[in-house]
Write a protein that binds this ligand. Structure first.
Ligand SMILES: [Fe+2]
Length: 271
């Protein structure tokens, strides 16, 4: 069914210019492409960054609860609605066209997760090696909102595509999280890669294809925004959640075009 859908949708894929085709090409070959928001689109950067900086400030001002055991906190929906340009960034038409070409199918936008990751937290959940399992391919855009110049600043790390495939076979991986000791036994530490860059670095990554994790920072808390997409026919729709509750989604949907609305309210668009 998935293969048939890809074939049927092929003729309807939006056309891309050479720069964006290059991004899609990199994702197919490597599963990852790194640039900067400024280089990608300066006018988009000027809409997104001022509100993202304010949202970051409100996360800095939110005290970490005492004995807090999670490795990160997320901006709450009520914080996000105060800075709608952050969430709406994920619906910009150029990004959606790139996503559709990579996924090969109509796009579902699952929203923005705005992270503050704490230093020296116990590695749990997305801090451990895993592949996302919602769909056959995933499309994720990550924007760093603090400088991440080395592993102490908590970069996104991934295992290159070919090596991911061989590790999957070796450890008979199906889904879930893999701890460091099991991973280290099955590949040398130097084979995984860190996405490094200053604040404003923009990463495109297929988190369903590559083993990946967020390295727990040790130097400073890490700030980053994650924008999540799959096809509108995900392999496991019950794992697909929106970052915002229904009433807020509808509020956001009122501000965008019909095509963007269909990405946002994709469950309804599928009916
Ligand atoms: Fe993930």
């Amino acid at each position: 069914m998935y293969q048939r859908r890809l074939i049927n949708h092929f003729e309807s894929l939006p056309t891309l210019d050479a720069e964006d085709l290059n991004i899609v090409d990199h994702l197919h070959k490597e599963g990852v492409f790194v640039t900067s928001l400024e280089a990608f689109d300066a006018s988009l950067a000027s809409a997104f960054l001022p509100q993202a900086t304010q949202l970051k400030q409100s996360l800095i001002q939110t005290d970490k609860p005492e004995h807090y055991r999670q490795p990160y906190v997320l901006a709450t929906p009520s914080q996000v609605v105060q800075y709608p340009e952050t969430f709406l960034f994920g619906l910009n038409e150029r990004l959606l066209k790139i996503a559709e070409n990579y996924l090969g199918l109509p796009v579902a936008y699952h929203g923005m997760y705005f992270h503050r990751d704490f230093t020296n937290a116990l590695p749990k959940k997305s801090k451990l090696w895993h592949r996302d399992m919602e769909d056959y391919r995933s499309f994720k855009v990550v924007l760093y909102l603090s400088d991440i110049f080395d592993d102490a600043h908590g970069p996104i790390q991934y295992i290159p595509k070919k090596i991911t495939e061989s590790v999957v076979q070796k450890i008979k991986y199906r889904y879930g999280y893999v701890n460091d000791s099991l991973m280290s036994k099955n590949l040398s530490g130097s084979t995984w890669k860190s996405c490094l860059g200053s604040s404003g670095t923009m990463i495109f990554i297929d988190t369903a294809t590559l083993f990946h994790r967020g390295k727990v920072p040790s130097a400073t808390d890490r700030f980053a925004a994650f924008f999540d997409y799959t096809s509108r026919y995900p392999k496991r729709p019950y794992y697909c959640k929106s970052s915002l509750p229904d009433n807020t989604l509808k509020m956001m949907a009122a501000q965008v075009s019909n095509d963007q609305k269909n990405c946002l309210l994709w469950r309804q668009a599928n009916r």
